[in-house]
Design a protein around this ligand. Structure first.
Ligand code: SF4
Length: 452
């Protein structure tokens, strides 16, 4: 039996390879292999694909880099955005060629990215259905979960799977393919499955990507009003230590140097994490660890900071979002300025330099003005670490979404492309596109001057 797994293109105004890998799809590859499937795996977002133009394989720091892209037609409502609208990832013709060369699968599984990047997903599905009309195609991933109805009506997939995979998902695969994958897993088996990175191996059995991604926990104990995490899971769970160490041993075997975490609350179970970090230090893996999702400051005590440094965490990202007391409180209270300052002190004492720590500031939240963002910047400047601006994307189902005007809510709900952070800047009177450009310029100048 054969399965075709596809990570489709991302269509957006910007997209950098900031360690992008379809972690869930890699776990599904493992699951299907265990059920006897042969796997064809197409990752449109793999810069290191043998058929990707060579200039896009160039590495920036820690394996990051730029994606190949093709400019595509903007939907009418994006017209006021002056940026080019692009399909990032594999050249279109290369994807077609790959599909042509693939043996007919018994099932196709396509994942999806952010809600407002669904056009790339739809394009891939259209091509797949044209070639393999009778093969059942299941769409999963972030967009499929957050915009289930939209995906059911418009994606062209035969079935849409919201949320994590579970025993019901296995039943579905068994039903549509006639396979007999065992439902031997407990409730949280998704955490127990290892990602199968061998799908990226070249002909010589080498893994030629300078990084991998990992996830040790699932969920988050907080409920920030702007965040969509609770729409995926209400629980917080962590993986078994032995599974994590097997995964890390594999990365060592594949000569991977950089590992990026996809966790939302990596440090929450501090005893568990500290124990793992000690094990990593003892095993002397030599990895560079990255935290693109931002770490919770509240858990960075002196001991944690030292362990993070010794274990190989570099270019650390931590979360503040706002320095405004009221905004911190009404959005969920995950951090205060004191907690943030304490975390930065501990990190610096442990040996992290100012240029090694980047703090996320959210810009454009409902009720957050340009002046408030300026204050946040001034506050972080006094602490002296790098600033990373994250623009707010309005996601239906979150508490902050309900703070929008009813007509805007309806508009964004009906068309997920309008949930794009850049589009939102064009309709947000409290924090506009022009103000955002000003802030970005200011921050670039500031960050470039941090050298110690
Ligand atoms: S702490 Fe982070 S992951 Fe958790 S709810 Fe808040 S923003 Fe989301």
């Amino acid at each position: 039996m054969r399965a075709l797994l596809v990570n489709p293109w991302i269509t957006d105004f910007k997209c950098h390879d900031f360690w992008i890998k379809p972690f869930g799809l890699l776990k599904i590859a493992n699951l299907l292999k265990s059920g006897g499937f042969e796997i064809d795996f197409i990752d449109c977002m793999n810069r290191f694909d043998s058929e990707m133009p060579d200039e896009y394989k160039k590495e920036k720091e820690f394996g990051k880099g730029e994606f190949y892209f093709e400019e595509i037609k903007k939907p009418e409502f994006y017209k006021k955005l002056t940026r080019k609208y692009k399909r990032y990832g594999l050249p279109y013709d290369t994807f077609l060629k790959k599909i042509e060369s693939i043996k007919k699968p018994d099932i196709i599984l396509v994942t999806s990215n952010m809600t407002y990047t669904y056009e790339g997903t739809f394009e891939a599905i259209k091509i797949l259905k044209e070639k393999f009309l009778l093969t059942p195609l299941i769409l999963g991933g972030i967009y499929a979960t957050l915009c289930f109805k939209h995906a059911e009506e418009k994606s062209g997939a035969d079935m849409v799977w919201p949320g994590n995979i579970n025993n019901k998902f296995i039943q579905l695969v068994n039903k549509v393919t006639g396979s007999k994958i065992e439902q031997q897993f407990k409730e949280n088996f998704f955490l127990g499955l290892l990602p199968d990175y061998t799908v990226y191996f070249d002909r010589n059995g080498n893994y030629n990507i300078p990084y991998a991604v990992t996830k040790w926990t699932d969920g988050c104990p907080f409920s920030c009003t702007y965040c969509a995490i609770k729409l995926f899971t209400n629980e917080f769970n962590r993986r078994e230590k032995k599974d994590i160490l097997i995964e890390l041993d594999n990365y060592k075997k594949y000569n991977i140097k950089n590992i990026a975490f996809y966790d939302d609350a990596l440090l929450y179970r501090t005893v568990f994490i500290k124990d793992l970090l000690r094990e990593i230090i003892k095993n002397n893996y030599g990895f560079n660890f990255h935290t693109p999702n931002g770490l919770h400051c509240a858990y960075i005590d002196e001991e944690m900071a030292v362990l993070l440094k010794k274990a190989g965490f570099v270019d650390l990202r931590i979360s503040l979002e706002s320095s405004d007391y009221n905004l911190q409180k009404i959005t969920g209270g995950k951090v205060t300025n004191e907690i943030f300052k304490n975390a930065v002190n501990n990190l610096k004492k442990a040996g992290f330099k100012s240029k090694d720590i980047g703090v996320y500031i959210l810009a454009g939240l409902p009720g957050q003005t340009f002046e408030m963002v300026l204050k946040d910047i001034e506050f972080v400047k006094r602490i002296g670490i790098k600033i990373k601006i994250a623009n707010y994307s309005p996601i239906p189902g979150t508490t902050d979404f309900l703070k929008l005007k009813p007509e805007i809510m309806a508009e964004l709900k009906a068309e997920p492309l309008k949930q794009n952070e850049f589009y939102f800047l064009t309709i947000n009177n409290d924090y506009t596109w022009e103000q955002n450009e000003e802030i970005k310029k200011m921050i670039t100048e500031y960050n470039n001057n941090i050298n110690d």
